[in-house]
Ligand binder design. Structure first.
Ligand SMILES: C[S@@+](CC[C@H](N)C(=O)[O-])C[C@H]1O[C@@H](n2cnc3c(N)ncnc32)[C@H](O)[C@@H]1O
Length: 226
């Protein structure tokens, strides 16, 4: 099975559709408490062209106060329906695209910023997705992310144990993804702005990292890898 077919069957399975249908209700409290201030901080000053990967139901859309245009990629049909409705409510010029992070049907060197929030834990082929993000970023562009990552210490070991079960019940989310290392391996220079451990703390989703990642020139990546 190819990565995209695998992703598709997972997102469109009964569990996947259930997750998509009730996602907003399940996250409403967290959104109220820390999601909104965080999204304001992250997106209100972004300018130029923005690509959001795995835009879900469009939780970030109201916060792009200064962006010129937004392309919002979302492969799950249930989520995409909500996203389309939200896109009509904002003043921003939004294009909604049915696609996967691993294979973006978008031209090279196009976006000033790529945004990922709570999505890189879920993509099946993370190196492919990061390579695509790198490809579509303009020279000088940046990836802005907020994601949960594998915890250090005992919690990380617990995440390793829980990961297979959690993937099944949480729409394919990987509890123990080593995102920062994967970004570096994909040739990004990573800057962590904040490590967040919101309360209540679930062992499958902690800590969260807010950061930016800038593609290094390919020569620097080759040198680094020897
Ligand atoms: C937890 S939701 C987060 C939605 C939104 N970014 C937010 O901050 O609320 C994860 C989203 O990623 C999408 N997704 C899952 N696998 C994906 C992939 N391979 N490529 C792009 N999006 C994907 C899911 O359909 C879902 O809408």
């Amino acid at each position: 099975m190819t990565t995209t077919a695998e992703t598709n069957s997972r997102l469109e399975s009964r569990a996947g559709r259930f997750f998509a249908r009730y996602y907003d209700a399940m996250t409403a409290r967290a959104e109220e408490k820390w999601g909104r201030p965080l999204r304001t901080l992250m997106f209100s000053e972004l300018t130029g062209t923005v690509l959001e990967v795995g835009a879900g139901s469009g939780a970030n859309l109201p916060y792009y106060a200064k962006a010129r245009a937004l392309t919002a990629v979302e492969p799950a049909s249930e989520m995409r329906g909500k996203l389309l409705r939200r896109a009509e409510e904002v003043e921003l010029d939004v294009e909604v695209v049915d696609a996967w992070a691993e294979r973006l049907p978008l031209p090279d060197d196009t976006y000033d910023t790529v945004v990922c929030t709570l999505v890189l834990c879920t993509v099946v082929d993370l190196p492919a997705a990061l390579s695509e993000i790198r490809r579509v970023l303009k020279p000088g562009g940046q990836l802005v992310f907020f994601e949960h990552v594998r915890s250090p210490g005992v919690v990380g070991l617990l995440q390793d144990v829980l990961a297979p079960l959690w993937r099944r019940v949480a729409g394919g989310c990987n509890a123990n993804r080593r995102l920062l290392g994967a970004l570096r391996d994909a040739g990004f220079q990573v800057r962590v702005h904040e490590v967040v451990r919101p309360w209540p703390r679930y062992p499958t989703n902690t800590p969260y990292v807010r950061g930016t990642a800038v593609p290094l020139p390919l020569t620097a990546v080759r040198d680094r890898r020897g």
